[in-house]
Design a protein around this ligand. Structure first.
Ligand SMILES: [Zn+2]
Length: 609
């Protein structure tokens, strides 16, 4: 930060044209016997409390030495050519103004940010009347915020008893014990060994994109079909709530100059991904902005409520470079983000019962369950304790509740559903939140039965979690199976290739194609290994690729019209193509379908590694 001090007998400014999209109210001003502080915010500066205190103390110190009776903080972009982005610059100037005001007894003014301004100044000309300074933000990060220290945790049982997490008996509740150790006692858990799922990811082509920013992935065809199947399934899961759900698409960048965006972004927290353009943009961290911006333009009656809006949103969070984890903690990921608009808090609470049920049903389909952390504001906890007890009762086990004093979030309730992974670590997958502030912030309204305009209460939720995290849970389930000595097998609906046909010789290719045509016509993803490799090598490779049904066909099968099937984890047997179709259709019932995302013939595929 560069600062120029001028002690002026009088100083005044008036506002001309806007210079930036990001700007304050255009107020003029005037001050007598003023220390004018021309401030240029540079790249690397941040609205960090310690840093601004340091600057403010110098400002106040100079003002006292020259005996100025007022201070003017004047945003001025001309003291450096390493300027911060406008959004940060305005933040820093506004925070500096507040800190100076709290430290200085006299009058403190601030000229508006983001305009061309004209000013008049009479400099007093004594030795201390003109000074310049450069300040660098300290590296030292501020400790945990005061507020966070006042948070407290309780273990709440289905019978409604509250326990101090340090004194609760975790016998029979191992998952909860693990969650409490991480969340309450901040213990680093598991790790060390390379998780098994990383090997699976290589197999299916989920990998980092080294030519992008850290935390960005790319998806080979096998990975792509899995991603898109989960996306389709997320919409089906949303519709299974039994309310109308609208699927939409939008953009991923929003202007920080929009106050609703800025406020919501601030409440979200620190991991904003800012993009420099003509104006400052943030990359969305979920689908909220887009859906709220769209819903505010809809004419909604109480009769329409509740309804949901869903987008498979590419979402961005600026995670620390050392903290990114493949398929789990990413800077860019896909969020099947559902927002449910409800009339009021009682209706929202009511909808969450069904939502809670569907969230547990879906993780149950993978043979897993969740352990839950309920973050609540203190007021909500006081008024809705019985509701949380009811949810604990439905889970059939105690829940961890974190009570946050004061209202500093956009939600009153934020539930994190964790699995305990192969290495014994809690991993958040699904979530829901109850939001009582954003409808008003974004101007989303509905007309009630008395013709009154009201603001809906909004539920934010990812029933399956992000697409990547859902797949993380799937692969983690495979890892646990393998650890237990079982053959890991993807659910058939998620297998990139469901059936591989291996003709013993070229002479059997015609029959292989006939069978493949039949299966494909039934929506089954089938391919043919027509390469000049030995039979045993081709079978081995199909097994390595986790293809659930490997069908070897020779002259015998062609003559009989049958298949020799090797089912992954299910032995070998003979059946007709029609029987195989029936068997697979039964397995994928209730799940979405996508075509094969690779050429049918393996001879047409370049090898990836
Ligand atoms: Zn949201």
């Amino acid at each position: 930060m560069r600062v120029l001090y001028i002690h002026a007998e009088h100083f005044s400014w008036e506002v001309k044209d806007p210079a930036l999209d990001i700007k304050d109210e255009p107020t003029p001003g005037r001050a007598e016997n003023a220390l004018v502080v021309f401030v240029t915010v540079e790249r690397g500066d941040a609205a960090d409390e310690d840093f601004l205190r340091q600057v403010a103390r110098d400002v106040v110190d100079v003002a006292r030495r020259v005996k100025a009776s007022s201070i003017v903080i004047y945003p001025y972009a001309h003291l450096s050519n390493e300027l911060a982005r406008p959004y940060t610059a305005r933040e820093v100037v506004n925070r500096l103004y507040e800190v100076v005001r709290s430290e200085f007894g006299g009058d403190v003014h601030k000229a508006p940010f983001g305009y061309y301004k004209a000013f008049e100044l009479k400099c007093l000309g004594h030795p201390l009347s003109e000074l310049s300074r450069t300040f660098k933000p300290e590296q030292a990060r501020q400790g945990k915020r005061e507020e966070e220290r006042r948070d407290f945790y309780v273990v709440l049982t289905p019978a409604g008893e509250e326990y101090d997490p340090a004194k609760f008996d975790y016998g029979g509740y191992e998952d909860l014990r693990i969650l409490v150790e991480k969340e309450v006692f901040k213990k680093e858990l598991g790790g060390g060994a390379e998780p098994r799922y990383l090997e699976y990811l290589r197999k299916f082509g989920f990998e980092w994109e080294p030519m992008s920013d850290v935390g960005h992935m790319r998806y080979a065809p096998e990975a792509t079909v899995m991603m898109e199947l989960v996306e389709d399934y997320a919409y089906m899961a949303a519709k299974s709530l039994g309310i109308p759900v609208f699927k939409i698409r939008g953009t991923n960048m929003f202007k920080l100059a929009e106050s609703a965006i800025e406020t919501h972004a601030k409440l979200f927290g620190e991991r904003l991904y800012v993009v420099e353009s003509d104006t400052d943009l943030i990359l969305r961290y979920a689908a909220c902005f887009q859906q709220f911006a769209m819903a505010k333009d809809w004419v909604i009656s109480y009769r329409h409520l509740p309804f949901g809006m869903l987008e498979i949103a590419d979402s961005y969070r600026h995670e620390q470079p050392g903290e990114t984890v493949l398929l789990f903690r990413l800077r860019r990921f896909y969020m099947p983000d559902l927002h449910i608009f409800t009339r009021d808090l009682p209706e929202a609470v009511n909808v969450t019962y069904k939502l809670h049920e569907v969230i547990f049903r879906e993780i149950g389909k993978l043979g897993r369950t969740y352990v839950s952390l309920y973050n609540v504001t203190e007021d909500f906890y006081k008024s809705h304790r019985q509701y949380l007890v009811e949810l604990a009762r439905r889970e059939g086990k105690p829940i961890l509740v974190r009570v946050l004093p004061g209202q500093k979030y956009y939600w009153v309730l934020n539930v994190e559903f964790h699995i305990i992974d192969e290495l014994g670590r809690p991993r958040e997958v699904a979530t829901f939140q109850i939001d009582v502030g954003n409808a008003q912030r974004f101007g989303i309204k509905y007309v009630d039965e008395n013709n009154q305009t009201r603001y809906p209460v909004i539920i934010h939720t990812a029933i399956l979690g992000s697409v990547e995290r859902y797949l993380y849970a799937v692969f983690d389930t495979m890892a646990i199976a393998e650890k237990e000595g079982k053959t890991p097998r993807l659910p058939t609906w998620l297998s990139p290739v469901q059936v591989r046909i291996i003709p013993i010789t070229k002479d059997n290719l015609k029959y292989a194609v006939e069978v493949a045509d039949k299966l494909e016509a039934e929506g089954i993803r089938v391919d043919i290994d027509d390469r000049d490799e030995t039979l045993s090598k081709r079978v081995r490779e199909a097994e390595t690729a986790w293809v659930p049904y490997i069908c070897v066909v020779g002259a015998k099968e062609a003559g009989e019209g049958t298949l020799s099937v090797r089912e992954r984890g299910g032995g070998q047997y003979k059946m007709t193509p029609a029987e195989l179709v029936e068997k697979i259709k039964e397995e994928v019932r209730g799940y979405p379908s996508r075509p094969l995302y690779l050429p049918r013939f393996l001879s047409q595929r370049p090898s990836r590694y």
